[in-house]
Design a protein around this ligand. Structure first.
Ligand SMILES: [Zn+2]
Ligand SMILES: [Zn+2]
Length: 428
């Protein structure tokens, strides 16, 4: 589909970069034709991945350069940004191998399809659409690109499960006895009614699956497909959700540590705004390969998750105030995560370092003791409350339950599920 063409008669709006083709995108006050716009975004991606590591390799044969070539893992998250990163990376690899007869790819790319909350047929449809869009299986093989499907169910069922409880006094417990073994992801998420909690735990599961895959398949370099707008959403959502320490650990830092291994995490699209992402996939003709947030606009505020609400806010201001989005991400990038020392406690659920005592925090933030009753009616209300099931909830913690460390963010998310308990797989 060719989108550019001449407008007849009137003065033509030419691309500010090449001065040859008509403008079809205006972004950050600059006028672009299709090719110049795609290049503008690709340059932003390459700037984040500059250096020798991913550069084209030269050698007589593949064997000669094999040891110098890194394996790069790209978790495909079924978002428009994932499509942009896929296109930009594949385009880059194609350009690298066409440089000369001795040129080889700068990295071996594994695209890890992580569509845990998507129906399997949609996931497979997207994979095959991408394969044919980028020249078919043979071409992908030539570029050393492989597609892998993440299997969330196997990941869940190959681990045991535990039940976590948060008491009304905000103490966290773990119960090991008689806990049903979770078999599918669907089973796991079906108990979580609150959309923000569901999203919160889904993100943790995705992170854990990526970490697990890196460990098992020996990947130490990962690129994540988040635009500047998406990173800004995560930053605010971590803040609001009470896991502010994760901003520095996830967005501010380039490396993450797990089981004494260090992994490089890059965000190649961290300088790209969401409307630029959408324009890019429109121009590539790939936007329909994933269908995210369908019917989102119709949802009521209460049934929207935190990320959706914050996304709506950034979406409404990014046109007029793009600097607001970039300021949030710039601040996040300047923060560093908590030091990862061995003697620090880790959250049993998200595996993040727990610095403060979350119980003290949550109790300090919430006023638990009310004003004492002052008249007959209030004394009667208090008596009725004490007899009610609300007041008896405290006693539901089994005697053999074990006290555990859970971070503030996970504690809030568990309490928001409505049942104050969570079945969670025991990831190693
Ligand atoms: Zn141009
Ligand atoms: Zn946690």
């Amino acid at each position: 589909m060719e989108l550019y063409g001449m407008c007849s008669g009137e003065q033509e709006d030419l691309c500010g970069r090449c001065r040859k083709h008509a403008t079809i995108v205006v972004s950050r006050k600059e006028h672009f034709c299709k090719d110049c716009f795609l290049k503008f975004i690709r340059v932003k991606q390459r700037k984040q991945m500059k250096g020798d590591l991913y550069k084209v390799k030269f050698g007589k044969s593949e064997d000669e350069i094999k040891n110098k070539t890194v394996n790069l893992l790209f978790p495909f998250l079924f978002t428009q940004s994932s499509l942009v990163l896929a296109d930009a990376l594949i385009y880059w690899l194609k350009e690298q191998v066409s440089m000369s007869s001795k040129a080889h790819v700068g990295f071996y790319l594994t695209i890890f399809f992580l569509g845990l909350d998507k129906p399997l047929e949609n996931v497979k449809q997207c994979m095959s659409s991408l394969e044919s869009r980028y020249g078919g299986a043979e071409m992908l093989e030539e570029l050393h690109i492989s597609f892998t499907l993440a299997d969330g169910d196997t990941f869940i069922s190959s681990n045991g499960s535990q039940e976590y409880l948060v008491s009304t006094a905000n103490e966290a417990f773990c119960i090991n006895e008689n806990v049903p073994k979770l078999k599918t992801l669907h089973e796991f998420f079906s108990n979580i009614g609150n959309p923000s909690s569901k999203e919160y735990f889904m993100d943790i599961v995705k992170d854990l699956i990526i970490g697990d895959y890196c460990l098992k398949k020996h990947f130490s370099h990962v690129v994540l497909p988040y635009s500047m707008s998406e990173l800004a959403i995560s930053t605010l959502s971590y803040t609001v959700g009470g896991s502010g320490e994760r901003i520095g650990a996830v967005i501010g830092s380039k490396t993450r540590e797990e089981n004494s291994n260090t992994f490089d995490f890059l965000y190649p699209l961290r300088d790209v705004l969401q409307y630029e992402i959408e324009k890019y996939t429109d121009l590539c003709g790939t936007s329909g390969f994933v269908n995210e947030n369908k019917g989102n606009a119709l949802k009521s505020v209460r049934s929207k998750s935190m990320n959706e609400l914050i996304g709506g806010y950034f979406g409404s201001i990014q046109g007029e105030y793009p600097e607001a989005v970039s300021t949030v991400v710039k601040i996040a990038s300047k923060l560093s995560g908590p030091p990862n020392k061995k003697d620090f406690k880790k959250c049993q659920i998200c595996h993040n370092v727990v610095l403060d005592d979350p119980e003290r925090w949550i109790n300090g933030l919430t006023v638990l003791e009310g004003v004492p009753p002052s008249n007959e009616e209030e004394i009667e209300n208090l008596r009725r409350y004490k007899e009610s099931s609300f007041a008896k909830e405290k006693e539901c913690i089994p005697k053999d339950a074990e006290r555990v460390t859970i971070c503030y963010g996970c504690m809030v998310a568990i309490k928001s599920t409505g049942s104050s308990c969570l079945y969670w797989p025991t990831f190693v």
